[in-house]
Write a protein that binds this ligand. Structure first.
Ligand code: GLU
Length: 347
């Protein structure tokens, strides 16, 4: 077992039972979310995935928005996409009615209204749009992903707010497509099931300039990948983006089911899963895991020096904490117990 693996197991164990507050949204319970689930994974640019904690599969939710944006950029080019969706942090809630008063554009593609507009660009018909989004998510994860039907049904039944946003776009003359069809496709993308390891590969695809490091397949052009990361940096963490850049310093995107991805360009992707959310809609323990990793491995992208090799750094951290001496037996038990009880639920 590598030092990085031992380090992640130890971090997952430390954070798993910490009560840091937060709530699990009712919707997330449909896919089996439980308070003490916690997973952390890192994928390097050789496609090596190191994961600790739960292997539970959960809906990707808003993290899909970053990948839908990348697909739209490669289909139409930045100028076209930018005409319809701006790139400014909204500082508002994820589902705010965020249309710029002057330009009539959604503020950015990572809030719902911007993601709905972006989704509408993915093809001429509902099935073309949905297929393109699902293919992009599969390609970024490096495997075919299933959908969580119960979450999809529930989201569709309670889609009033997203439908309102789609109708706003139509009323503003910004979108011509049928509101219900676009929202349906957008929700399908949100309900795709991923594990924390899938998300780490998806993040590493962005860190790798759009090439999936596991499959070697190009998912996005380098320019699209750069643009996705740029918007993740300023807009990826809902209305907590400023604190996130300060404390973690990596482009990131979170989802309301408790997942977070972040990428250190040219180095690796990282993902966490823990379903209790803070008031911004970001995973509480996922955020703490990222703050810890960023500090201990000196990952802040603006620190002025490249982070050390993860394996070397993990070995030194374990030595200085005396974690190595305790051995991984207890931590491995966490991994196996969670894998046994958290079998991915696909419908
Ligand atoms: N499907 C959710 C919605 O549209 C996604 C929200 C999120 O993850 O922020 O409301």
């Amino acid at each position: 077992m590598t030092a990085l693996h031992r380090y992640l197991l130890s971090l997952a164990e430390d954070l798993r039972d910490l009560d840091l507050g937060g709530e699990i949204p009712a919707l997330a319970r449909l896919s089996g979310a439980r308070p003490n689930q916690l997973g952390i994974a890192v994928c390097d640019l050789d496609g090596e995935v190191t994961a600790a904690g739960t292997a539970h599969a959960f809906p990707i939710q808003s993290i899909s928005k970053a990948f839908a944006y990348g697909a739209a950029l490669d289909l139409h080019g930045l100028d076209y996409v930018r005409e319809a969706v701006d790139e400014e942090p909204s500082g508002e809630e994820f589902n705010a009615i965020s249309l710029d008063a002057v330009t009539r554009r959604p503020k950015n593609p990572l809030v719902n209204i911007g993601a709905i507009r972006t989704h509408a660009m993915l093809g001429a018909t509902q099935s073309e749009r949905t297929e393109r989004l699902l293919d992009t998510l599969d390609a970024a994860a490096g495997r075919p992903l299933a959908m969580h039907e119960a979450t999809y049904d529930a989201e569709l039944r309670t889609a009033d707010r997203n439908l309102a946003l789609a109708h706003m776009l139509r009323a503003a003359g910004s979108m011509q497509e049928d509101a219900r069809e676009v929202v349906d496709g957008y929700i399908r993308g949100c309900c795709v099931l991923v594990t924390v390891s899938d998300l780490a590969v998806m993040a590493a695809t962005l860190a790798h300039g759009g090439v999936n490091p596991l499959t070697g397949r190009r998912v996005f052009s380098q320019g699209a990948s750069r643009q996705v990361l740029s918007v993740m940096l300023t807009c990826g963490m809902y209305d907590n983006a400023g604190d996130w850049v300060t404390d973690v310093g990596l482009p990131a995107k979170s989802g309301v089911a408790g997942g977070i991805i972040a990428a250190l360009p040219t180095r690796f992707g990282i993902a966490t899963y823990a379903p209790k959310l803070d008031r911004h809609g970001n995973s509480v323990r996922g955020s703490v895991a990222f703050e810890t990793l960023s500090e201990e491995f000196e990952l802040h992208m603006l620190s002025g020096r490249p982070p050390e090799d993860l394996e070397d750094r993990a070995a030194r951290l374990l030595d200085s904490d005396g974690v190595q001496a305790q051995g991984p037996t207890k931590d491995l038990a966490l991994d196996q117990a969670d894998a046994a009880t958290d079998a991915p639920q696909e419908s």
